[in-house]
Design a protein around this ligand. Structure first.
Ligand SMILES: [Ca+2]
Ligand SMILES: [Ca+2]
Ligand SMILES: [Ca+2]
Ligand SMILES: [Ca+2]
Length: 561
């Protein structure tokens, strides 16, 4: 029987018989068609589905613009499309395919050529899910996948051990290629895990970038939005181990940068020109051969904002955690612990860098000059509501025309030479819950290090000692995501003391519990109708603007009758 007749027979077999309704026909490879391409060729766009049985299929395929689903029955582990010995891209979408073209559940391997060894998308935005791209090698861009003027949805895929030239071993997005990439793994690719160039602005959520030369690279107005991702052990970059960004706006939220390395600058993240917004991220154990072990920010009139981030155990000769180069970075609610450098263990401010650092804690950072912070060449750091304690040698060093303006901050040993006293400063043990400790070996080396607990104990002099005129930004919380101001005045450091403590007597007990029900008045929209005093913020553990049963669980955890 000719194959087209088989397709028709199958279509009739699954028809519901409803008049006027086109019904998807499901046809099997190799049952009905010997090859995947033969199935695609025969399929009716918008109607049909090719289902591929487990096995290895030696071919390359092209969807030719058809909106069909191509899926495996057994998943990527047992179903492979292998172009070894054939040459070119394994999968091609270059005929204007849209999201109705679906590739689901294959291992894609053996692709070669100049671009898009595993999958080549040109002016096409298909849907790709549950696929593994591995062992694809190109001379140019996009070993695993190449998206030129293409914005596919890529979900739950793995890009492993592919290789490319200058744009993306795992994935290259080019000429406005702006995919939505969710739940994917970029692992051990030669080149970048993902590279975005020329107005390519992907949304990347819940992905892991590990063991690539560079995790992600963005250049030439490619504005990446990245959330809930992990960048670890990407160690081959000159500039930027975890992430490189130049001339692009970058939004990164809730990401972890661990163990990345750059030969020169920006072990975790390198950013030159463009706006940078980093929120709720952690930088642990990243290194740079020259400057900015965790983060290097350079040039440009753009804004750089770093909020709610933790920097631990990052190292570089200059700027263990953060290096600012002619950049006025805004830092809020961050901690810097156990970072090490020759100059500026926590932060290095170079040539006209004037960062504003608020509500942040520096402790256990080490350097020959400026354990907490080092500034040089007309840099001028402004620090308010901070704690700098237990850093060596010296908390803050100002060199060669640099200064720092310090207010309402706890600085061990008092204000540094060359500082401007903005008032409200103290030099008293902040009483951390647990001070950081590099362990018996005495060095921050990733072995036996204890980063401590930098929250404040009840007797801390930093409680309610911040700037009394301080006002929170919209949505701002402390580093634990609790209210930033409790008991009427902000604390020094990254953590606000007193969650759960309604009467501000520094214990959470029956007196506080007696006020619980009065505060639990439902959604915040009702707050205008029912009096909700600022005191009730003590019970808003998740800082969502209202006190409800979600808040009660953490309250009872710290409640001591
Ligand atoms: Ca140690
Ligand atoms: Ca307070
Ligand atoms: Ca109390
Ligand atoms: Ca709440």
């Amino acid at each position: 029987m000719p194959q087209t007749t088989r397709w028709a027979t199958a279509a009739i077999a699954v028809s519901t018989g409803m008049p006027g309704v086109a019904t998807a026909a499901t046809v099997n490879v190799p049952g009905d068609f010997a090859t995947i391409q033969a199935c695609i060729d025969a399929a009716v766009s918008g109607v049909d589905e090719c289902v591929v049985a487990p096995g290895t299929y030696h071919e390359t395929i092209d969807f030719f613009g058809k909106a069909i689903t191509l899926r495996s029955s057994g998943g990527a582990d047992v179903t492979t499309i292998d172009a070894t010995g054939i040459g070119g891209s394994v999968v091609t979408c270059a005929s204007g395919e849209g999201p109705g073209t679906v590739l689901d559940g294959f291992t894609i391997t053996g692709g070669t050529g100049a671009t898009g060894g595993g999958m080549h998308n040109d002016h096409s935005s298909p849907s790709v899910a549950n696929c593994t791209f591995t062992g694809n090698v190109v001379s140019g861009s996009g070993g695993g996948m190449y998206n030129e003027y293409s914005s596919p949805n890529v979900t739950d895929c793995t890009f492993r051990a592919n290789a490319g030239g200058w744009c993306g071993g795992g994935m290259c997005n080019y000429h406005t290629g702006s995919p939505v990439v969710t739940g994917c793994v970029f692992d051990g690719n030669v080149g970048s895990g993902m590279q975005n160039h020329d107005r390519s602005s992907p949304v990347v959520m819940g992905c892991t970038f590990t063991g690539n030369l560079v995790g992600m690279a963005n250049s030439d107005a490619s504005d990446a939005t990245v959330g809930n991702c992990v960048f670890s052990w990407n160690t081959g970059g000159l500039l930027g181990g975890g992430m490189y960004s130049e001339g692009s706006n970058l939004r990164v939220d809730h990401c972890a940068f661990r163990g990345n390395a750059a030969k020169s600058r920006g072990g975790g993240v390198f950013c030159r020109l463009g706006n940078l917004t980093l929120t709720n991220c952690s930088f642990n154990g990243n290194t740079a051969g020259e400057s900015g072990g965790g983060l290097f920010i350079e040039f440009g009139g753009g804004t750089s904002v770093v909020r709610g981030c933790e920097f631990r155990g990052n190292t570089a000769p200059w700027g263990g955690a953060v290096f600012n180069f002619a950049r006025d970075t805004v830092v809020g609610n961050c901690t810097f612990v156990g970072n090490a450098a020759e100059y500026g263990g926590g932060m290095y401010n170079y040539v006209n860098s004037s960062p504003t650092v608020t509500d942040s804690t520096f402790s256990g950072n080490t350097a020959a000059y400026g354990g907490g912070m080092y500034s040089i060449y007309d840099s001028r750091a402004t620090m308010t509501n901070c704690v700098l304690w237990g850093d060596s040698a010296l908390e803050v060093v100002n060199d060669e025309g640099a200064t720092s303006e310090i207010s309402f901050t706890d600085v061990q040993g008092g204000l540094p030479v060359g500082a401007i006293d903005g008032g409200g400063n103290i030099d008293i043990d902040p009483m951390f819950v647990s001070p950081p400790d590099p362990g018996p070996d005495g060095t921050w080396d990733g072995v036996d290090d204890d980063y401590g607990d930098l929250r404040l104990q009840a007797g801390s002099p930093c409680i309610d000692a911040g700037d009394p005129t301080f006002a929170t930004s919209p949505g701002e919380t402390d580093l634990e995501a609790h209210a930033r101001v409790l008991c009427g005045r902000v604390d020094m450091g990254a953590y606000e003391f007193g969650i759960g403590d309604y009467d501000c007597d520094r214990s959470v007990d029956l007196t506080d519990f007696a006020n619980w029900s009065a505060c639990m008045i439902g959604p915040s929209t009702a707050e205008t109708a029912v009096p909700h005093t600022p005191d009730c913020e003590a019970f808003d553990f998740d800082a969502d603007g209202d006190v409800d049963l979600v808040d009660f669980d953490p309250f009872q955890m710290i409640f001591r009758p």
